[in-house]
Write a protein that binds this ligand. Structure first.
Ligand SMILES: [Fe+2]
Length: 378
């Protein structure tokens, strides 16, 4: 069984209380354009590597490929290439809507207007209409979208990729390989201890009936990780002067799942520094690996948050996050040495848009902490 939390900010006014969505799959949706299908069919070198990663991700259930009406239109002239058959095999019949709805029509209009206004010297091509139809639907529905370099440029000019959290990949070799990597789990710290812990977490989560049960099940392994002094290299325990958290606080990614449904990271807080008041928008476990911290927990009251509890944490202590309960907090290092906490959370915490809260008013603002060592996609 799998559960998910919100992956994108839905508006500050409505965010404090609506943190956990009902159970749904967070499977990535992938739109493969004609060029990618053709590259895979012809087994070009970079595409061969992509295909292997794609088939593994499909088998794991972390990605789903989608068909669109445009694929049929574009494949008509060359049925001998067998691209529709390949697409059907990859998609299992999953389809995007056949017709452009009002939102997709508006997107199409914006893309066409951008070409006309900003790229007037470009000569129109016969395939433009199909490309615009395809992209107008794909950027709305898909997390990963392949297209040619021209369409990627046009979409980026409109910033619709950012608005809809659609990651774009052109047919350039570097992008094909970037998509290959994007479909794989990311072990920034690739060691047997981290791999073993993530495997155990996934097994525990898969067998659990609820997030609370899942957290309970992984407690012994998490306690073991916090007690083991040797698995976390020094570089992941360093403060970061220019961090998104401020105060020299470093958030170091150690692992994140390809579908961004799970991450493991360290949070390094120098002596005397405190994080902003913030939420996580995900359930999971947080525990102290080094130093001591005070944690202040906040609760929502009429659109703002107020402190409700304070607790002290020493090495090896950990707590369960089950939003919306106790999801908003602030931590401060109380030891003379830097504190390091380990987070296992069910989103890509550093890259999702979540919230910080003003210290005086308790009101939320959009917040993305980022990671010190890994970039966010969009
Ligand atoms: Fe936190």
């Amino acid at each position: 069984m799998r559960w998910a939390t919100t992956r994108t900010l839905v508006g500050v006014a409505s965010t404090v209380s609506v943190l956990l969505l009902p159970a749904r799959s967070v499977k990535l949706l992938l739109y493969l354009d004609q060029n990618y299908l053709s590259g895979i069919a012809k087994r070009k070198p970079a595409f061969r590597e992509l295909e292997a990663a794609l088939r593994e991700a499909l088998a794991r259930g972390t990605v789903a490929v989608v068909e669109s009406a445009v694929h049929e239109r574009e494949s008509q002239p060359r049925p001998d290439l067998g691209l529709l058959e390949l697409l059907r095999e990859l998609s299992g019949g999953r389809r995007l809507p056949r017709e452009l709805d009002a939102a997709a029509l508006e997107t199409r209009r914006r893309l066409a207007a951008t070409i006309e206004r900003e790229l007037p010297e470009r000569r129109a091509r016969g395939s433009d209409a199909a490309d615009l139809d395809a992209m107008a639907i794909a950027v709305h529905h898909c997390d990963l979208v392949t297209c040619d370099a021209f369409m990627a440029d046009v979409i980026r000019r409109t910033r619709l990729d950012l608005r809809h959290s659609a990651e774009l990949f052109t047919g350039r070799r570097a992008d094909v390989l970037r998509l290959r990597d994007r479909l794989r789990d990311e072990y920034v710290l690739d060691t047997p201890v981290v791999r073993g812990f993530i495997r155990a977490a996934r097994e525990a989560f898969a067998a659990a009936a609820s997030p609370a049960d899942a957290c309970d099940a992984i407690r012994p392994r998490f306690a073991q990780l916090l007690a083991d002094p040797g698995w976390l290299p020094r570089r992941f325990q360093e403060p970061a002067p220019e961090s998104g958290m401020g105060g020299g606080i470093g958030q170091w990614l150690l692992f994140r799942a390809a579908d961004r449904s799970l991450s493991l990271f360290s949070l390094v807080v120098p002596p005397g520094s405190a994080t902003p008041i913030h939420d996580h928008l995900a359930w999971g476990l947080v525990g102290l690996y080094r130093g001591t911290q005070d944690e202040e927990i906040y609760a929502e009251r009429d659109g703002h948050v107020e402190p409700v509890e304070r607790r002290s944490l020493a090495r090896g202590d950990f707590y369960v996050l089950l939003p919306p309960r106790d999801d908003v907090h602030r931590v401060r290092t109380t030891s003379p040495e830097t504190s390091v906490s380990i987070h296992l959370l069910t989103n890509d915490t550093g890259c999702v848009w979540r919230h910080s809260y003003d210290e005086r008013s308790g009101r939320p603002a959009p917040f993305r902490s980022g990671y010190v060592n890994v970039a966010c996609e969009a």
